[in-house]
Design a protein around this ligand. Structure first.
Ligand code: APR
Ligand code: PHB
Length: 389
């Protein structure tokens, strides 16, 4: 089988890139290890920057997003006593849209057949070949049969644990990583949100986040030591802890209910450079991971995919190689800014095990400064709604 771009991974990055390339008449195939149901079973964040919304609008795949997404003009930081509202719309003229990432994947997945985007699920042992040549290929096994796809480019959209990054020789690669000494215990419940906008709280007892999926479905998190197990946390214990950490105002509006899903996720900052090697372009979690504190993961995947699609369009429609040559530097410039924001907000809003009274005093002082400074709030707001692409 031959195609122009072979895409590994049918998560948000891979499916979004596939649709954008098909819309430009560029031939591509997506190869995914898991089943559609498995891909959709992953509970992920869902705060969309304008870049992500715009790409879905451009594809005409924003119908459900427009109907069900919650447009939010701001969000809140809490210090255990008060809410500090960051007025994103007032400060930047932009908003965010709360819409589950699973739903974006579902919208992209459902539209693939009608738009001629071929997605091969259940592909085992995907391997990359000849990435340093102009004629790379991927091989895999499907239903016991060996398959080979030859392409001009390979897009590695296979997430943090996929094979693409490993196809780049260590001599050409640089990795940057910070693993955080806590995880996020999350609960999904069919209860109305406690507040109409997100609340990120830094309480004496630790971090909490009040988010939502709709007006009737809420998503909450607290940070827990990495030694904790989800079995240690009954629903009631978690609701009690959320009520304390979010502060009295929010707590008064928390509606409790049984967990539809409850899990602990580790936090990491990670960047892999370069994001292109020969004919292999990396997009999304294949190249970088951010802690969820800034809700940047999906949106960074979207900006990578935007840059990759523009580069590939230039190559295939204008024989212009500049976009391909510039892809890594261009994508990384935005990746590093978003890594900085996610890392800084994580540092501001979490109690680290080695922190003493001075570090706590610095967090309290920074939150107090943010509460009193339009400049500080503007800086946070412009990062939260999404830096320019
Ligand atoms: N072969 C084929 N597919 C693979 C392989 C492999 N060896 N390894 C991983 N994959 C698939 C995974 O099953 C998954 O469906 O690649 C896909 C990667 O999707 P994500 O992990 O969601 O990564 P990405 O598309 O970059 O999404 C980026 O969106 O998922 C949210 O916030 C999350 O930061 C993340 C962002
Ligand atoms: C979520 O709704 O799951 C969510 C929202 C914002 C974040 C992280 C997760 O920063």
């Amino acid at each position: 089988m031959k195609t122009q771009v072979a895409i590994i991974g049918a998560g948000p990055a891979g499916l979004l890139l596939g649709h954008l390339l098909k819309a430009e008449g560029i031939d591509c195939v997506v190869v995914e290890r898991q089943t559609p149901d498995y891909v959709l079973s992953r509970i992920r964040a869902g705060v969309l920057e304008q870049i992500t919304v715009s790409l879905l609008e451009r594809l005409g795949l924003d119908g459900r997003l427009k109907a069900e997404g919650l447009v939010e003009h701001g969000f809140n930081l809490a210090d255990g006593e008060r809410l500090i509202r960051i007025d994103c719309m007032g400060l930047t003229g932009k908003s965010v849209v709360v819409y589950g990432q699973t739903e974006i994947t579902r919208d992209l997945m459902d539209a693939a057949p009608s738009r001629g985007l071929e997605v091969i699920y259940g592909a085992e042992d995907v391997a990359l070949h000849g990435v340093e040549s102009d004629a790379p290929a991927i091989t895999f096994r499907k239903n016991g049969a060996e398959r080979r796809i030859e392409a001009r480019f390979i897009a590695g959209c296979d997430g943090f644990h996929g094979p693409s990054r490993k196809a780049i020789p260590a001599s050409a690669a640089r990795e940057y990583e910070r693993v955080y000494p806590f995880g996020w215990l999350g609960i999904l419940a069919d209860v109305p949100p406690c507040h109409e906008e997100l609340i990120y709280a830094n309480h004496e007892r630790g971090f909490a986040l009040a988010s939502m999926r709709s007006h009737t479905r809420s998503r909450y998190y607290i940070d827990v030591p990495l030694t904790e197990r989800v079995e240690d946390w009954s629903d009631e214990r978690l609701w009690d802890e959320l009520a304390v950490r979010l502060g009295p105002d929010a707590a008064a509006n928390i509606t409790r209910g049984p967990a539809l899903e409850k899990s602990i996720a580790p936090l990491r900052s990670y960047v892999f450079e370069p994001m292109r090697h020969g004919s292999l372009l990396l997009c999304g979690d294949a190249a970088h991971i951010v802690p969820p504190t800034g809700a940047k993961g999906l949106n960074l995947a979207a900006s990578d995919v935007h840059y990759a699609a523009e580069a590939l369009r230039g190559y295939f429609t204008r024989a212009d190689n500049d976009g391909i040559a510039d892809y890594s530097a261009k994508a990384l410039a935005r990746v590093w800014k978003c890594e900085r924001f996610s890392w800084s907000l994580t540092k501001l809003m979490h109690r680290f095990p080695d922190d003493g009274p001075f570090e706590r005093a610095m967090q309290v002082a920074e939150l107090d400064y943010i509460a009193s400074s339009v400049a500080a709030q503007t800086s946070i707001a412009e990062n939260y709604v999404g830096l320019p692409v």
